[in-house]
Design a protein around this ligand. Sequence first.
Ligand code: BG6
Length: 519
Amino acid sequence: MADKPDFPEESASSASREGQASQAAQPKPPCVMVIFGASGDLTKRKLLPSLCNLAREGLISDNFAVIGFSRSEMSHDQFREKQRADLEQFATAKLAPELTQWMLKRLYYVGGKFDDPAAYEKLSALLKQLDAEMKTNGNYFFYLATAPEFLGVCAERLHSAGLLDQENGSWRRVIVEKPFGRDLASAKALNKELRTVMNEDQIYRIDHYLGKETVQNILVFRFSNGIFEPVWNRRYIKHVQITVSETVGVETRGGYYETSGALRDMVPNHIFQLVTLIGMEPPISFGADAVRDEQTKILRAIPPFTPEDVLSRTARGQYGEGVVGGKHIPAYRAEPKVDPNTHVETYVAMRLMIDNWRWADVPFYIRTGKALPKRVTEIQIHFRRAPFVLFRGTQIDSLLQNRLILHIQPDEGISLRFGAKIPGPTMKLGTVDMDFSYATFGATPATGYERLIHDCMAGDATLFQRADMVEAAWSVVQPVLDVWQALPPRNFPNYPAGTWGPREAEDLLARDDRHWSNE
Ligand code: BG6
C-alpha cells in the first residue's frame, strides 16, 4: 500500500489537526493477526471495524492478513461473507467498496477447539502459507478474545506449536483481553502461566479504556500545558471524584457478571487507569516502562484497606427494578442467568487515599454502577477554596470551589468552573464554566481499539498493562473482596434502577462533609 491510502476519503476527518504526526512516519509492519474467539461480539463490533479504520488511514501494511480462529467449522469464504455482513452493520463510517474488498480478501479462518493441538497444527500451516504469500516476515500477533478460562491454554498451545518463537528478526505477540484474573491469586497464576511460555514484552494485556482519546489525553493535558501541573497536588486540590456510571443493566451478560460484579469488572482495570493517570508523577518519556513505572507507583502508594476501612470506606449496591430514561429495567436478580438470591454487586463506591508527597490527605472518591440515571464517565478535580477575607462584609456569604472536569464520555471534553461577578451595582458572584469540546476536532468516529491494535503491531506497549501493574491493582481491591465475601450484604437490592446508587454511597461522602456531584 502506498503511504497515502487509495481508498476514497468518504469519512476522513475534515478538521484541521495541527501537529498531527504524518502517516508516513507511522510504522506499519507486515504481519498476520490471529483472532481467537473470532465468532464473538468483539470481532464484529470492534476489531474488524478498527482494522478498516486503520487501513483507511494508511496505517496497515498491504502485507497483512487476519485469521479468525474459533470453535465452529467454517470455510474462508463463509467467514468472509459473515464479516462482510457484520461490517455493513458495525463499521463506524460507511466503507468504500475498495476498502471492504481490501479487508475481506485478507480474511482467513481456522475452526477448532482452543485446547486441541491438531487445530494449532492447522493454524501453523496456514500461517506458514500466508507468510510466504503475503511476505509478513514471520510477524504474528494473537488476539485472545476468548472466555478467561482459555487464556492459559491458548498461550500454552501456541508455545507448543512453536508459534511464540521469535526467530530471524520476526516478532510474536499476544494480546490478552480482560478480565485478567478474578483476584490477586488468579492474576498472579495467570501471569506465571503466560510467562512460562513467553517473555513479558510479548504480552499485551489490554484495557480498552486506554484506547479512548480522552483517557490518552489526560497525560497530554497534564504534561503538555505549563499551567496545570504546578497546582496538581495536595496544596491546591481538595479531593477528586471519579464516576463511571452506566444506564444499562447487565442485560444478556448475567452469566459473566455473576462471576464478576462491579468491583472486579470495573475497578482494578478501567477506574484504576483513570486514578493512576491523574495521580502519577511526570514520566521521563512516553516509553512503555517509563509511563507504567509511574502508574504502578501510584497503585503501590494506596495504603492497604484494613477490614475496618472496608466497612467505612467502601459501599456496594445491587439494583432493584426501576425505570431508566423511560425504560423499565428488571431487578438484577430477575435478569437472565442471574441467581434470584445473588449477592453480586452492581454498584461500588470507594474512598481511596494515595499516601505520597503529592497526594497525602486528598481523597479520591470513585464510583461505578449499572442501571444509574445517566451514562457518564468523568473525573472531577475539586480545588481548595480561596481565602474569604476579602469578601467579609459583602453580600457574598461563601466562595465556590473551582472545579476541573475531564469528561471522558460521552460529550468528550474538559471544563473549568470558576466564579465571576454578575454584572450589576452590587457584589454578586455567579458560577461559570469554560468549556472545551472534543467535537471541535471533528474527528472520524472510531471504535477505540484502533490505537491499541496499531500499537501492538508497532511493538509499543505503553497503553497495555504490565504484570506488576495488574498485580498491584488486584492487591488494592483484594481486602475488599475478602471482607465483602465474609460479610454478605443483608439489604440487596438496595437501590432502584434509575437512581444514583445506594444510600451507603452517599454516607461515604457525607462522613467527609461532602456529596457526589451528579451534574
Ligand atoms: C467492560 C465491562 O470492560 O467495560 C462492562 O465489562 C462495561 O461491564 C464496559 O459496561 C464499559 O465500557 P465503556 O467503554 O462503555 O465505558
